[in-house]
Design a protein around this ligand. Structure first.
Ligand SMILES: *[C@@H]1O[C@H](CO)[C@@H](O)[C@H](O)[C@H]1NC(C)=O
Ligand SMILES: *[C@@H]1O[C@H](CO)[C@@H](O)[C@H](O)[C@H]1NC(C)=O
Length: 244
């Protein structure tokens, strides 16, 4: 299929007509710098697939069977503004996929098989609207952190955030992400709080114990006819361990 694609690309005038709509299952490459390859049963994009398309501004690969994209597959598309990958079988978005797409404005990843995402995938881009609904999101604290980070970066925006639903974990299956997102990190936050408080209490208890032992030792030494000097080493008793 991809070799067919390349053959088409090498002879665009024979196959495309800017004044016509692209027929389904055909490749159209015209003066508007749009490449459409929807519904073509593409299964993978390799490092070589999209070579020699430097001037491309829009690329539509929607409704294929793409399950893998090789790192660097999009590297030459420096002028690309719109990338349509919706309705494929992509299951991961990795850090290096979109790295070179410095002019990307719209990335449609809706209706794929993506359950988690790495925030580094997008932070190098200048300005991006993302579509990510219709994926089986696992709504956990990690996801919340990633989306929180994406939405906190000014040039990134998730257009369909309100439409995201959780596929997991089981107790959240089917829930709208927007209705549960502020609870996803509660357990983690609580754990961190408990640990912090425990450590604090431990430290305070240790200080109190040390102080108490020091006073005791001092009193004992003053009462001791041999004077305070003998037991000076005990100022900080070695066995001041903490009882909680
Ligand atoms: C979607 O991804 C899961 C693993 O995350 C995999 O088990 C499943 O087969 C994928 N579904 C499709 C239709 O590729
Ligand atoms: C969200 O879903 C509604 C209902 O399906 C739809 O009308 C709307 O266009 C979606 N919003 C986005 C931004 O995709």
């Amino acid at each position: 299929m991809l070799s067919l694609l390349l053959v088409h690309l090498l002879f665009p005038p024979l196959y495309s007509n800017p004044s016509q709509n692209c027929p389904v299952s055909c490749l159209c490459y015209d003066s508007s710098n749009l490449l459409r390859v929807p519904s073509n049963r593409l299964t993978a994009l390799t490092y070589e697939s999209l070579r020699h398309l430097e001037s491309l501004e829009k690329l539509d690969l929607s409704r294929n069977f793409l399950s893998s994209v090789e790192q660097g597959a999009f590297r030459g598309l420096s002028r690309l503004r719109h990338l349509h990958l919706q309705s494929n079988l992509l299951d991961a978005v990795r850090g290096g996929y979109f790295f070179m797409l410095q002019n990307l404005e719209l990335l449609d990843l809706s209706d794929n098989n993506i359950s988690s995402i790495a925030v580094e995938s997008f932070t190098s881009l200048h300005s991006l609207r993302l579509l990510v609904s219709g994926n089986p999101w696992v709504c956990d604290c990690d996801l919340q952190r990633v989306f929180g980070k994406i939405t906190s970066v000014r040039h990134l925006h998730i257009d369909d955030y309100d439409n995201l639903t959780c596929a997991g974990p089981p107790q959240l299956s089917g829930a709208a992400l927007v209705s549960v997102d502020n609870q996803l990190c509660v357990a983690e936050t609580a754990t961190v709080l408990v640990i912090t408080i425990t450590v604090l209490v431990t430290v305070i208890a240790a200080i109190v114990m040390a102080e108490r032992n020091r006073k005791k030792t001092q009193e004992k030494n003053w009462n001791d006819p041999d004077g305070p000097f003998e037991t000076q080493d005990n100022d900080f008793p070695k066995n001041t361990v903490v009882f909680l």
